[in-house]
Design a protein around this ligand. Structure first.
Ligand code: ZN
Length: 182
């Protein structure tokens, strides 16, 4: 019988494929991400690390238990978004965290419908998520990202985001492109 850890790992391909479909194609100069359960940091339940061209999603061992599975899958899907256009931890902006948080919930709802772990409770993630939702029409951003296969979310400028959305500079756009505070 498969244990919960293997079951969680089984969602990686599906999450990556769906993220490429609804967000943007991944930068192919990075290797396919590896996942392990040895995260020991204190921010959330995991993280994505980039070393040279290698991507590693780390998840807390405790999330691999059967009763935490939904949370682990949401986190895995969230971290998968950071694998699309990898950047260093110090450069991640609120837009990228907003998208990652949105996708984590979206993927969870698709695979564990009605799950009670669906709501993100951390204030900063929730606020990035809300601002991302306010932008509206994700497909405009997707088309732009797909037209620039190596562009990182952290390199999007307020001017280009305004152009993408056909709007004047506004607080939401300015705030979304600020560095995310963990
Ligand atoms: Zn994140």
């Amino acid at each position: 019988m498969k244990d919960a850890k293997n079951e969680i790992l089984g969602y990686l391909d599906g999450a990556l494929n769906l993220a490429e479909k609804v967000i943007c194609k991944r930068d192919m100069s990075f290797n396919y991400p590896k996942v392990n359960f040895d995260y020991t940091g204190d921010i959330g339940g995991g993280q994505m690390c980039v070393r040279d061209n290698n991507l590693e999603i780390q998840i807390k061992e405790g999330l691999s238990y059967e009763n935490q599975k939904g949370l682990a899958v949401r986190l895995l899907a969230h971290e998968v978004v950071h694998c699309l256009r990898p950047t260093t931890f110090d450069k991640i902006n609120r837009l990228e965290e907003g998208i990652a948080t949105w996708f984590g919930e979206y993927f969870l709802e698709k695979n564990f419908p009605g799950s009670d772990v669906n709501d993100v409770d951390d204030f900063n993630y929730k606020s990035a998520l809300d601002d991302f939702k306010m932008l509206g029409r994700k497909e405009l951003l997707s088309a732009y990202m797909n037209s620039k296969p190596e562009l990182k979310f952290s390199d999007i400028t307020p001017t280009s985001l305004c152009e993408i959305y056909g709007t004047k500079n506004n607080d939401i756009i300015r705030n979304l492109l600020m560095r995310f505070s963990y």
